[in-house]
Design a protein around this ligand. Structure first.
Ligand SMILES: Nc1ncnc2c1ncn2[C@@H]1O[C@H](COP(=O)(O)OP(=O)(O)OP(=O)(O)O)[C@@H](O)[C@H]1O
Length: 579
C-alpha cells in the first residue's frame, strides 16, 4: 500500500467495493497501490453509471469527496478494456481550469496507469514543456490529454496551418470538464464553443461534468455536450465536513495582523496552515510583517512561474513548509453578482455576456488554488481576508478536512463600522465582510453546520500590540514592491533550475526553498524573540503544559449532535511559545 492516507469511515461507501465494478486487474492493482481500499460515495455512484450504463454524468459533490477518481477510474477502465496495446488514438480529453489542477490530475492518472505497461499514454498539455518535447509526446497519440481549455484550443489553432495534425479529436470518446463552473467563470466558455467544432459531439461521445458547486450557466453546456445525462447531486456536505470546525473572529483592520502574529508566533495552531488573502500585495505585506518576528512562510500567487507554483504546493504537501500564504485570485465580481441575484437583492437581469467577459481577465493566469487543489493534511484554513461570496468560502475551507481528515477554518471578519479606519491595513473587499458572513452562516446552517464566533482574550493579545505596530510600520509600500521583485527573481531562478533538474535530480529540488526571508528595508532583529513578560502566565511557568489546537476527529460536530466539550471546541485559547 502506498502513502496515500486512508479515508475515514464516513467518507467512503462501505457498501461498495472496487471488485463489484468489474474493473481491470491492472486498475485494481493500481487502486490498491494508491491506498484506496473502497470507493467514496461519489465514486460508487458515478462509476457504474459511466461503465455499465454508459451515461453522460453531471456530478455535484462536496470538496474533497473524490471526484477526480469518479471520472478518472471509468476513463482508465474503458481504455484498458479497449486497448490492444499496439494502435494509439486520442480517446479522452480532460479539461480543468488551472495549470495546478492539470498537473494534479495528470499525476493521479499516471498512478492509475502504473500497471498498464505503457499501453495507455497520458499527456499534460498545460505543463511547462517546450514545443519540441510536447510534439514528440503528441506524435505518439496519447489516449488521454489533460489540459486547460485555453491551452488545448491554442494547440488546435496553431496546427490548423500545418499539414500534419498533432491532435486529432475525431477519435475522442470521452470529454470530462472538471470544476465546470469555474471553467465557465474563468471565461473559457468561448474556448468550449470552439471545441465543439473539433469534437464528435453527441456521436458516441461520453461526457462528464464535475463540480462541488453548480450554477445555471451549466445548462448551456449540458445542451451542447450531453445526451440525457444522469445528474448526481450528492447531499454530502454533512458527511464530508463533519470533521471541520469553523470559527469566525470579528476584529479590526489592523488587528488582523496583530492576531496573525500572536497565532503563529505562539504556535496556537498545530499543523499546517493555509492562509488566504484577497490580493497579491496583501500576501507580501503579511509575509514581510511576520518575517520580522522570525515567522517563515511561503507565498503562492499567479505572478510566480508555474514550475515554482507546482513545487511550492508539492513541498507544502510533503510538510516542508508549515505556513503558506495563498492569494485567492478568484475573488470575482461575477461571484458577488450571482449571490446578490440569488437572494433577490438585485432585481435586474444579469447580462450574461457582460459577466463572462468581465471574468475573462483570470483566464490567462491559469492560476487557482482554492479550487480542486488537493492540499494534503492542512490543519487550518485561515481566511485572513474573507472571500467575497459564500461559494468561494466553500471552496476555500474545502482545502482542509479532505478525505475524511479533521481540520479547522478560522475567518477574520471586519464589522462595517470598522471598515476604512486603518488606511494601510484596509482592504476594499472587507466593506462587505458582514454581508458575506451572514450568507456564509446561512449557507453553512442549511447543511447543518454552525460557524462559531471566537473571542480572543484581547487582554493577553494587547501586550503584543506595540511590537506589531512597529513591525507593521516597517512594511512600507517600497518594501513590498522590492520584496515582490526579489521573490520573482528568486523564483525565476528556481523555476529555471526546476525545469532543468525536474526529472534528473529530484534531490536537488529539495534544496530550493521558497520560504526564504524577503526582508523589508528596516531589520529589527529584537522582534524575533518574544520576551518572557509578553507570554501568558501559564506559558511562563511551564511551556510543556501549554495546550495546542486539537485537530483530532470530533464526533459531536454534526447537526443535532452533542456540543463538544469546551477544551476541544476552544482550541486557540491556550498559548504555546514557538521555540
Ligand atoms: N476511494 C478513496 N479512498 C481514499 N481516499 C480517496 C479516495 N478517493 C479519493 N481519495 C482522496 O481524497 C482526496 C480528495 O480527492 P479529490 O481531490 O478527488 O476530491 P475532489 O472531490 O475533486 O475535491 P475538490 O472539489 O476540492 O476538487 C485526495 O487526497 C484523494 O487522494
Amino acid at each position: 500500500m502506498s502513502s496515500t492516507a486512508a479515508a475515514s469511515e464516513a467518507y467512503i461507501d462501505a457498501s461498495a467495493s472496487w471488485e463489484s465494478f468489474n474493473l481491470d486487474p491492472r486498475l485494481l492493482q493500481a487502486l490498491d497501490q494508491v491506498g484506496f481500499e473502497k470507493p467514496t460515495l461519489i465514486q460508487s455512484n458515478a462509476i457504474p453509471l459511466a461503465l455499465e450504463e454508459k451515461r453522460d454524468i453531471i456530478a455535484k459533490a462536496s470538496t474533497g469527496s473524490g471526484k477526480t477518481g469518479a471520472y478518472s477510474i471509468p476513463i482508465v477502465q474503458n481504455l484498458l478494456a479497449e486497448s490492444d496495446g499496439s494502435s494509439h488514438h486520442i480517446k479522452s480529453i480532460i479539461l480543468v481550469p488551472t495549470r495546478e489542477l492539470s498537473t494534479q490530475v495528470f499525476k493521479f492518472i499516471e498512478k492509475l496507469l502504473l500497471y498498464s505497461n505503457n499501453s495507455i499514454q497520458v499527456v499534460n498539455l498545460s505543463s511547462n514543456m517546450n514545443d519540441q518535447v510536447l510534439k514528440s509526446l503528441l506524435i505518439n497519440k496519447p489516449e488521454i490529454i489533460v489540459s486547460t481549455p485555453n491551452k488545448l484550443i491554442q494547440v488546435l489553432e496553431a496546427q490548423a496551418e500545418e499539414s500534419e495534425k498533432l491532435i486529432d479529436l475525431s477519435t475522442v470518446r470521452n470529454l470530462t470538464i472538471d470544476e465546470v463552473d469555474l471553467i465557465l467563470s474563468y471565461g473559457y466558455f468561448e474556448d468550449l464553443q470552439k471545441l465543439e467544432t473539433y469534437l464528435p459531439i453527441k456521436k458516441n461521445l461520453q461526457t462528464f461534468l464535475m463540480s462541488a458547486t453548480i450554477n445555471d450557466e451549466l445548462n448551456e453546456l449540458k445542451t451542447k455536450f450531453c445526451t440525457k445525462p444522469a445528474i448526481l447531486k450528492l447531499n454530502d456536505e454533512n458527511v464530508y465536513h463533519n470533521n471541520l470546525m469553523q470559527y469566525y473572529v470579528k476584529t479590526t483592520e489592523f488587528d488582523k495582523f496583530l492576531l496573525a502574529y500572536v497565532i503563529f508566533k505562539l504556535n496556537l495552531i498545530k499543523g499546517k496552515t493555509l492562509v488566504f488573502v484577497n490580493n497579491i500585495e496583501r500576501g507580501y505585506r503579511l509575509k514581510l510583517f511576520m518575517e520580522q518576528f522570525g515567522i517563515r512562510s511561503c507565498i503562492l500567487n499567479s505572478e510566480l512561474p508555474i514550475n515554482s507554483r507546482l513545487h511550492i504546493i508539492d513541498e507544502f504537501n510533503k510538510n516542508v513548509y508549515n505556513l503558506l500564504i495563498a492569494t485567492d485570485e478568484t475573488v470575482e465580481e461575477a461571484d458577488v453578482e450571482e449571490e446578490e441575484e440569488e437572494e433577490g437583492e438585485q432585481k435586474e437581469q444579469k447580462d450574461s455576456k457582460k459577466s463572462k467577459s468581465k471574468s475573462k481577465k483570470n483566464k490567462n493566469n491559469d492560476y487557482g488554488v482554492t479550487r480542486g487543489s488537493d492540499f494534503q493534511n492542512v490543519a487550518c484554513v485561515l481566511n485572513f481576508d474573507l472571500p467575497v461570496s459564500s461559494k468561494a468560502y466553500i471552496h476555500r475551507i474545502g482545502r482542509t478536512a479532505r478525505a475524511g481528515k479533521s481540520g479547522m477554518a478560522l475567518s477574520f471578519v471586519i464589522p462595517t463600522k470598522e471598515f476604512g479606519k486603518h488606511k494601510v491595513a484596509s482592504l476594499k473587499t472587507a466593506k462587505r465582510d458582514e454581508k458575506v458572513l451572514r450568507r456564509v452562516l446561512k449557507q453553512q446552517l442549511r447543511n447543518g453546520f454552525e460557524i462559531k464566533p471566537y473571542q480572543f482574550d484581547m487582554k493577553q493579545v494587547e501586550g503584543f500590540r506595540y511590537r506589531s505596530e512597529d513591525a507593521f510600520r516597517a512594511v512600507s509600500q517600497t518594501a513590498i514592491k522590492e520584496a515582490r521583485i526579489k521573490e520573482l527573481k528568486n523564483e525565476l531562478v528556481n523555476s529555471d533550475k526546476l525545469k532543468r533538474f525536474f526529472e534528473e535530480n529530484p534531490q536537488d529540488l529539495a534544496t530550493l526553498r521558497h520560504d526564504k526571508e524577503l526582508r523589508p528595508t528596516r531589520i529589527q532583529s529584537h522582534l524575533k524573540r518574544v520576551p518572557e513578560y509578553l507570554l501568558p502566565e501559564s506559558a511562563r511557568q511551564d511551556v510543556k503544559n501549554i495546550g495546542f489546537v486539537p485537530f483530532h476527529k470530533n464526533k459531536g460536530r454534526g447537526k443535532g449532535k452533542k456540543k463538544p466539550t469546551r477544551s476541544k471546541a476552544d482550541p486557540l485559547k491556550s498559548f504555546k511559545h514557538r521555540k
